[in-house]
Design a protein around this ligand. Structure first.
Ligand code: NAD
Ligand code: UGA
Length: 478
């Protein structure tokens, strides 16, 4: 069973970059990425690589090499499924907003729709691969949809299926590096030939000892567990950062000290404004739902605490900003550096910036928001509030006071800092680490504050510029 034609359903943050790397490493396989969203597909086909729907370092170069050769993007879902001998399901699996399990369980309607499309259009033998992150035992649902509609279509060709679980572990911002050099590839399944056909694809660039095979349920559950463990480390270190601030300890020193223990390890111990991204919260809540469903409330409570702590931590930061700014931010100009949920991505899903900005807007602050990759239109959707572009034209701080609770996007950091009472750094973009604080300090209104929620700014340089500084987890600052 050698795979020659792949169809990937879903051209998002996972489907796009993953299939780009597959195409690059497997020139002998034709890869078709399909999506319902026409605008997204047209952007994937755009000659101008800055218009690609996903920003990832290194992605543009791969797209340039492979697009039109063995990597294609289209909305022709039916034809591409028909022609494929392997179909990846890489669609979104957000948290349900209504019905049973609302607020916790994953909404599988897009996955189910894909299974129905595959059942309807596939021809001959087709391996269906779960790439989306799914609750344990979803493969059962997919199999039942595929098998229940096996007969009576497809030009009398006998259609048969195997289902595999192949969760994706890439992190945004480093997706290409993670895909090209993964810590491991996980393949869960029951059918030896199907597992072999997917293993052979990965073996084009991944050493065999890094390709793990398990039963299908272990594979599904391992993905949720990996995200839960990673997120748990962040909530753990963030909880200690609050304690550092009140006791005179420094979270970076604590992280270094504990991370040197090889049993703990040094990664994922950076205290920040709280984890964001489309998956950590959703996947933990999914795990919580599963534990509740299977009658294990203690396990559900244990994991839910990770999400509670994260939310508490984000509001803790908003509250301390207000407190340091003399108890009120009404009519005060605040410059926000960073809206993406981490550096090197244009993704804002569940970004800590959303909650922190919403809190400050609610308190009456006037926000000038900067981000190198996020568009103002996306910020407007996330804040559920239109941008007021007039703010940028107002030069006199006294007039600006009248616009409490409004925001605008400002490309130029110096202009964003002009007359501001505070600068709040929320995403660790590299250009923010190179800011000239003396220059910024001269432009701000006194007393001026810098809030560094990522601990990436030079403390000495900010203090030299006579600015007040709060740095996450730094108990040595007053
Ligand atoms: P996304 O929202 O960026 O992309 C999903 C795409 O699927 C959308 O473009 C949507 O239009 C398309 N789609 C939905 N239903 C469809 C259908 N029936 N037919 C055709 N297209 C359809 O989502 P994403 O971030 O790529 O995540 C996809 C899955 O991968 C999720 O389960 C997520 O948990 C998992 N995951 C995401 C990441 C990440 O870094 N974003 C990493 C690992 C795993
Ligand atoms: C995460 C996992 O790292 C991936 O393995 C997984 O595939 C993916 O979720 C997924 O399933 O979607 P991602 O969310 O893209 O990847 O990015 P991370 O690097 O994990 O960062 C998540 C959040 O945690 C970000 O807001 C980041 O700033 C924060 N973080 C990360 C910290 O606050 N401290 C750290 O030490 C690390």
């Amino acid at each position: 069973m050698r795979i020659k034609n792949i169809c990937c359903i879903g051209a998002g943050y996972v489907g796009g970059p993953t299939m780009a790397v597959f195409a690059d490493k497997c020139p002998h396989i034709q890869i078709e990425v399909v999506d319902l969203n026409e605008e997204k597909i047209s952007n994937w086909n755009n000659k101008d690589l800055t218009k690609l729907p996903v920003y990832e370092p290194g992605l543009g170069e791969i797209i340039q090499r492979c697009r039109g050769r063995n990597l294609h993007f289209s909305n022709s879902i039916k034809e591409k499924i028909e022609a494929a001998d392997m179909v990846f399901i890489s669609v979104n699996t957000p948290t349900k907003t209504k019905g049973i399990g609302a607020g916790k369980a994953s909404d599988l309607k897009w996955v189910e729709a894909c299974a129905r499309q595959v059942a309807k259009y596939a021809k001959g033998h087709t391996v269906v691969v779960e790439k989306s992150t799914l609750p344990v035992r979803t493969a059962e649902t997919i199999m039942s949809i595929l098998h229940s509609s096996k007969s009576g279509h497809n030009d009398n060709m006998q259609t048969t299926f195997n289902v595999l679980s192949n969760p994706e572990f890439l992190a945004e911002g480093t997706a290409i590096k993670d895909l090209e050099n993964p810590d491991r590839v996980l393949i869960g399944g029951e059918n030896h030939d199907a597992i072999k056909s997917l293993t052979e694809i990965y073996q084009n660039w991944v050493p065999k000892n890094k390709i793990l095979t398990t039963n299908i349920w272990s594979s599904e559950l391992a993905k949720l567990t990996a995200n839960a463990f990673l997120a748990q480390r962040i909530s753990s270190i963030n909880s200690i950062s609050a304690l550092c601030e009140t006791t005179g300890a420094d979270i970076r020193e604590v992280s270094r000290a504990i991370g040197s223990d090889s049993r703990i390890g040094s990664k994922f111990l950076d205290s920040g404004p709280g984890f964001g991204g489309s998956c950590f919260k959703k996947d933990i809540l999914n795990l919580v739902y599963l534990a509740e469903y299977f009658g294990l409330p203690e396990i559900a409570n244990f994991w839910e605490a990770v999400v509670h702590l994260n939310k508490w931590h984000q509001h803790r930061i908003s509250k301390l900003i207000v407190k340091k700014l003399l108890g009120t931010v009404i009519g005060k100009k605040i410059c926000i550096l960073g809206f993406a949920f981490k550096a090197n991505t244009n993704d804002t899903r569940e970004s800590a910036s959303i909650n922190i900005c919403k809190d400050l807007i609610e308190e009456g602050a006037i926000l000038f928001i900067n981000d190198p990759k996020v568009r103002p239109s996306q910020i407007s959707i996330d804040l559920d509030k239109e941008e007021n572009t007039n703010l940028k034209k107002i030069k006199d701080q006294n007039f600006l006071n009248n616009y409490e609770g409004e925001w605008c996007f400002e490309k130029n950091i110096l202009s964003a800092a002009e007359g501001a009472d505070a600068i709040v750094l929320l995403t660790e973009w590299e250009n923010y680490t190179k800011i000239d604080w003396i220059d910024i300090g001269r432009r701000m209104r006194k007393p001026s504050w810098v809030f560094d929620s990522r601990s990436v700014i030079s403390k000495e340089k900010v203090l030299e510029a006579n600015l007040n500084l709060w740095k996450i987890g730094d108990g040595t600052l007053k």
